[in-house]
Design a protein around this ligand. Structure first.
Ligand code: AMP
Ligand code: ZN
Ligand code: FE
Ligand code: FE
Length: 290
């Protein structure tokens, strides 16, 4: 069984349609793939139809942008009911924050002499429900300002660079409760990737587990082998599930090929059991499991 629990389609900042993504997953020999676009379930229906046709198991998920102790963190939510009104409202607030940020980033880039217009970004994000910095990066690539997304982040878009504009995100402590109340199960995405790790050492993770966190995404390209060993140890100590995934973004992120990291079947089974229990407790219908 090959299981990849974190991928993005062009409904957020990936470059494949949901159908193409599932087709590529089948071609890569995956038995199960999770579609986890940023802050939206917009790709689930198309991915679900393709998964049924191709015999791939689809885990319906999303990667929710949150804040914790002043830092951005990503929460992978699997099988929540996206129509649960408090979750729907929270996701809408995040998407509105994304939409409000985009013109401000364009204005900041114009200050630097780059003649970027909102329409340039909108051409890149035409099929996305969730607009992100990668679409702004794509517009900069199309204008010939940078060679690729990485260069756009390095020069302009990451924190500390002149095109960086913060956006709204809800506290992760609140989101953990919402995901469970929506009948889903939550895993912390790349806990030690890119940002500083202080909030996610043992005590911080134990506190999040007590609020409903079910697992850690240990096997992710942002973690080196020593970090993976340490995180695996923490997961065992705290009785958290361990996942592995590609964080595939199509052509938008190099070195994140489908299936480059995978999740053990018993860990997926554990997450699905927790989602089923959350769904029974909340009365929210869980979307079809894989
Ligand atoms: P946003 O959702 O607008 O905050 O943008 C975050 C997204 O940008 C994440 O999905 C990352 O995968 C992507 N990202 C962050 N840094 C880079 C980078 N250096 N190159 C390409 N994509 C990146
Ligand atoms: Zn992304
Ligand atoms: Fe992420
Ligand atoms: Fe991601």
């Amino acid at each position: 069984m090959r299981i990849d629990l974190h991928t993005h389609s062009a409904r957020s900042d990936g470059t494949c349609t949901p159908r193409e993504l599932v087709t590529l997953a089948a071609g890569a020999g995956l038995d199960v793939v999770a579609l986890t676009d940023h802050d939206t379930a917009a790709g689930w229906a198309e991915a679900g139809a393709a998964a049924d046709e191709l015999g791939v198991g689809l885990v319906r998920g999303m990667e929710i942008s949150c804040l914790h102790e002043g830092r951005g963190v990503h929460l992978l939510a699997y099988l929540p009911d996206p129509t649960y009104p408090p979750l729907d409202e929270a996701l809408t607030a995040i998407l509105e924050g994304r939409d409000r940020r985009m013109p401000r980033v364009c204005a900041a880039l114009r200050e630097l002499g780059i003649p970027i217009r909102e329409a340039d970004v909108e051409r890149q994000s035409a099929s996305a429900t969730s607009t992100g910095r990668p679409h702004i990066a794509d517009a900069l690539v199309a204008m010939g300002v940078v060679a690729d997304r990485d260069e756009a982040f390095e020069r302009y878009l990451k924190p500390g660079r002149p095109g960086y504009v913060p956006r709204y995100a809800p506290p992760v402590t609140e989101m953990l409760g919402l995901v469970r109340a929506a009948g889903g199960v939550a895993v912390l995405a790349h806990p030690w990737g890119r940002t500083d790790t202080a909030a996610f050492l043992g005590p911080g993770l134990a506190a999040l587990r007590d609020l409903g966190l079910a697992g850690l995404e240990v096997d992710h390209e942002d973690h080196d082998p020593a970090q993976r060993r340490a995180l695996r140890g923490l997961a065992a100590e705290l009785d958290l599930a361990v996942t592995g995934s590609s964080d595939f973004h199509g052509a938008g992120k190099v070195g994140h090929d489908l299936g480059c990291n995978t999740t053990a079947p018993d860990q997926l089974a554990r997450l699905l059991d927790l989602a089923a229990a959350a769904s029974r407790a909340s009365g929210r219908p869980t979307p079809p499991p894989p």
